[in-house]
Design a protein around this ligand. Structure first.
Ligand SMILES: Cc1ncc(COP(=O)(O)O)c(C=O)c1O
Length: 383
């Protein structure tokens, strides 16, 4: 496989649908900013020769959960729990603070929330369920590391393993929830299922707002990792709200799970099958999120599919700048580095000495054992 696969969006422009309405974002923002421990994560200038500036949004410290996903799943879980309390006639408009204080504990205990995860989303949902008093069951596939399972179980969730890949675990969560009367809090949307993933993405926008607001000048290029596309779409919406149409959004995906790159290339929603085996565990997704795709099919400028072999080196390069970046966090950094070192890619993206790049570093060392292993010079490089 070649090291560089860059696909430009053939149909760029403003999306026809409003995927993330502003009112929903204002509510998500106010709620999340009121949570104990809320603080914007740091935006770090990187030493990176070439562009005028490169900034790295470091999500490692987000709410003590280690990734930006803390903003999404926990907020969507709160929305589902409060809607269910209203439906059951227990409380209209219960607040997160009231639930955390245990005001409706008898009723919230009867509510079970569930999702599939490759680590970070499940941790966020489990964290939210515990804080807001609901029961939680999380579905994982066999490639999810023990460290990540333990981190979810620490928030009191039950873990269930599913045969197959991430997309199979999504289906298992959905089918079990339907049979048991549970509530799916998915970070990916599909036909007929849009509301929790929309709330998840509204939560992610806060990360984008913090980062863009902290830039000394608006970015010209933004690099964001792509799993199902939720975070890329949330960044796209926030970028348009704050900077208009100028900045170019580049999605960075593993080459073995490049469903967004494939979709941009085809000009249509496209899925990838197989094991989706990549060290970038959070990005091992074969099916774009429907809502995310509806946003990105117009607002993404390009997408890149990247080899696993570049991950340990990128983690080490960031560690040398005192940044602890997990395997999925480095995708954007790899994309910029790869594009910058290839003249035709640099030209295709319009990257030059005037460019101001913003990279979303979406997680810290969310699996500390694996992080240590991958940072060691002996870690095998594989493609
Ligand atoms: C650290 C990290 N970065 C990026 C992503 C990709 O997010 P999305 O699936 O919304 O594209 C994930 C998803 O789990 C993740 O855990």
């Amino acid at each position: 496989m070649t090291d560089l696969r860059l696909v430009l969006n053939r149909n760029p422009g403003t999306p026809g649908l409003i995927t993330l309405p502003e009112g929903g974002y204002r509510r998500a923002r106010a709620e999340i900013m009121s949570w104990p421990g809320y603080a914007p994560t740091p935006l770090r200038p990187l030493a990176f020769a070439g562009p005028a500036s490169v900034h790295y949004k470091d999500e490692g410290s987000r709410f003590g959960l280690g990734s930006f996903k803390a903003l999404g799943g926990a907020y969507a879980a709160l929305k589902v729990i409060t809607a269910e309390l209203a439906r059951r006639g227990v409380a209209n408009n219960a607040t997160g603070a009231a639930l955390e204080a245990g005001e409706f504990r008898e009723a919230t205990r009867q509510i079970t929330v569930t999702c599939a995860t490759d680590g970070n989303h499940g941790r966020s949902v489990a964290w939210g369920a515990q804080r807001f008093g609901a029961r939680c069951v999380i579905f994982v596939h066999h490639n999810v590391s023990q460290g990540r399972r333990d981190a979810i179980a620490r928030y009191g969730a039950e873990i269930r393993e599913v045969t197959g890949n991430y997309d199979d675990s999504v289906r298992a969560a959905q089918e079990t929830a339907q049979a048991e009367g549970w509530f799916v809090i998915s970070d990916t949307s599909y036909p007929g299922y849009t509301e929790p993933p929309r709330d998840v993405m509204q939560g992610y926008r806060l990360m984008a707002e913090e980062a863009i607001g902290a830039m000394p000048a608006p970015p010209t290029h933004v690099f964001v990792p792509g799993g199902v596309g939720g975070v890329a779409a949330a960044v796209a919406v926030q970028l348009r709200a704050m900077c208009g149409a100028g900045p170019r959004l580049v999605i960075a995906e593993p080459e073995r799970a490049a469903c967004l790159t494939d979709s941009l290339e085809a000009g249509a929603f496209t899925t990838v099958g197989g094991d989706l085996d990549t060290v970038m565990a959070g990005l091992a997704c074969g099916e774009p999120s429907l809502l995310a795709w509806q946003e990105l099919e117009r607002s993404a400028f390009a997408s890149m599919a990247l080899p696993d072999s570049k991950v340990p080196g990128a983690m080490r390069a960031l560690a040398a700048q005192a940044i602890e970046a997990g395997e999925s966090a480095v995708a954007g950094y790899i994309a910029l580095e790869t594009a910058w070192s290839d003249p035709s890619a640099r030209q295709a993206l319009g990257l030059d000495a005037e460019s101001r790049a913003l990279i979303f570093g979406t997680e810290g060392a969310t699996d500390p054992e694996l992080y240590k292993l991958m940072l060691s010079p002996n870690f095998p490089s594989r493609d």
